[in-house]
Design a binder for this molecule. Structure first.
Ligand code: ARG
Length: 460
């Protein structure tokens, strides 16, 4: 077909299924604004290189803005032969301003440097949006942690009750992972912001196009220094997918905790109705579907990353059509991350903390470490105190009572170092407040975490 932009050397037409197989417009049309932005900047480089006149450049800009407007207003009419967003926009541009001027736009440019540029422009905007969503989630977590320092719940290792911690401390443990994700996201930006435009197909352009002008116009931080690499490089896509995979794993672990904690057996939190669903058969059910989806979608994002990395493996130098497979995984991951962050924010903002249920789960054996610490302060070596405290737990278990119910005579039997003040150990608030080294669950250290998290959110 002669109507394709590259149709000159062809006599036969494309197999319809092949056309469909090759066509990326159905998903890459979402980059229409990035494509127009890149083209307007490119027209300015063409003007500076003397390829187009000032009038022609103005006409290109006018036409490109109309093309963008058609997309924005959902009026762009896709033609059967439109292959991708780049060919569709160029075809429409020439219809609007005429082939004589429209046909000059692609001078010294290839879809290879064009698509790589568009992807980076698009992803920079999406990265800024992801940063906003992540900051909003973190802000909610940090505010709840600051405002709800009183509730104390069991902290778990091996999903066995271990030691008492504040609810705030638990919440901030997850926020800590997200804060690091926020830093990682910000650190990726300089590597996304590398300009391919000017590299043309693979061998650069012979028109002396001013790439510094292009960089400036498009707000990139740096310029791709090797034209072959610039058109082949999709590391920024891989890195974003890897970032998203790790962030979603953190999301999944938070979700898993909330699923467990919202079960009747734990009951530490109640998810709001807004983020729960019911059962079609069991009228009593209120299911934590929001958290289950957050957990489930982490697998989906990881799959996009793994799938795209497999697509990249073994591609020979520079551009090959395999690289078109970068879009669907990235778009899907970006959309999934956007939804997940906003849902998680809502879940955290609206859940109810059941401090009575948390308190009820605090059994005195959670203070066995504190009993050992008590003896340490009386000069007994920790290894020995650990053993003595363990025997107090065994004794209480045998007697089917709590360790705090043991008599003074029984304590004395375990160690001569126990005196009446052992009773003071059996207080969860005191236990938590004693852990006041940096990073601990004492109130002051939680406030410290809150303050530091707020600085990180603000980018300080
Ligand atoms: N739609 C293509 C992609 O997404 C654009 C680049 C096509 N280049 C080419 N030489 N066929 O990768």
């Amino acid at each position: 077909t002669k109507r394709k932009l590259w149709g000159g050397r062809f006599t036969g037409s494309t197999d319809p299924l092949m056309h469909e197989f090759n066509q990326s417009l159905k998903y890459d049309k979402r980059m229409y604004a990035a494509d127009v932005k890149g083209s307007i900047a490119f027209s300015k480089a063409l003007l500076k290189a003397g390829i187009v006149t000032a009038e022609e450049q103005a006409e290109l800009t006018r036409g490109l803005k109309l093309v963008e407007q058609e997309w924005a207003e959902n009026k762009f009419v896709i033609q059967a032969d439109d292959e991708d967003i780049h060919t569709a926009n160029e075809r429409r541009l020439s219809e609007i301003i005429g082939k004589d001027i429209g046909g000059k736009l692609h001078t010294g440019r290839s879809r290879n440097d064009q698509v790589a540029t568009d992807m980076r422009i698009w992803l920079m905007d999406e990265t800024a949006a992801a940063e906003e969503n992540l900051k909003n989630l973190l802000s909610v977590m940090v505010s709840r942690a600051e405002n709800e320092m009183d509730p104390i719940l069991p902290g778990y290792t091996h999903l066995q009750r271990a030691q008492p911690v504040r609810w705030s401390h638990f919440l901030l443990s997850h926020a800590s992972a997200f804060t690091t994700d926020l830093n990682r996201l910000r650190e990726m930006v300089p590597r996304i912001s590398v300009l391919p435009l000017g590299s043309a197909a693979l061998a650069g352009n012979p028109y002396g196009l001013d790439r510094e002008l292009l960089r400036e116009e498009l707000g990139f931080q740096s310029i791709g220094e090797n034209s072959m690499h610039a058109v082949a490089d999709r590391d920024f896509v891989v890195e974003w997918l890897q970032w998203a995979s790790l962030m979603m794993i953190h999301m999944s672990r938070l979700a898993e905790d909330l699923i467990i904690y919202s079960s009747a057996e734990f009951g530490f939190v109640t998810l709001s109705d807004a983020y729960s669903t019911g059962s079609s058969i069991m009228p009593q059910k209120k299911n934590p579907d929001s958290c289950e989806l957050l957990r489930g979608k982490s697998g989906r994002v990881f799959g996009q990353m793994a799938g795209f990395m497999m697509s990249l493996k073994g591609i020979p130098s520079t551009y090959n059509k395999d690289l078109q497979e970068d879009k669907e995984p990235l778009f899907d991951a970006v959309d999934t991350v956007s939804a997940a962050l906003r849902i998680a924010e809502g879940v955290i903002a609206t859940l109810t903390v059941n401090s009575d249920k948390m308190a009820a789960a605090l059994s005195m054996d959670l203070l066995a470490t504190d009993v050992a610490d008590y003896l340490v302060r009386k000069g007994v070596p920790f290894r020995e105190t650990h053993h003595i405290s363990g025997r107090s737990v065994a004794l209480a278990e045998a007697k089917q009572c709590q360790i705090s119910d043991l008599s003074m005579a029984e304590w004395k039997d375990l160690s001569e170092h126990f005196t009446e003040d052992i009773a003071d150990v059996f207080n969860f608030e005191t236990s938590v407040e004693k852990r006041n080294a940096i990073g601990g669950p004492a109130r002051a250290m939680i406030q410290r975490q809150v303050d530091i998290a707020r600085q990180r959110i603000a980018g300080k």
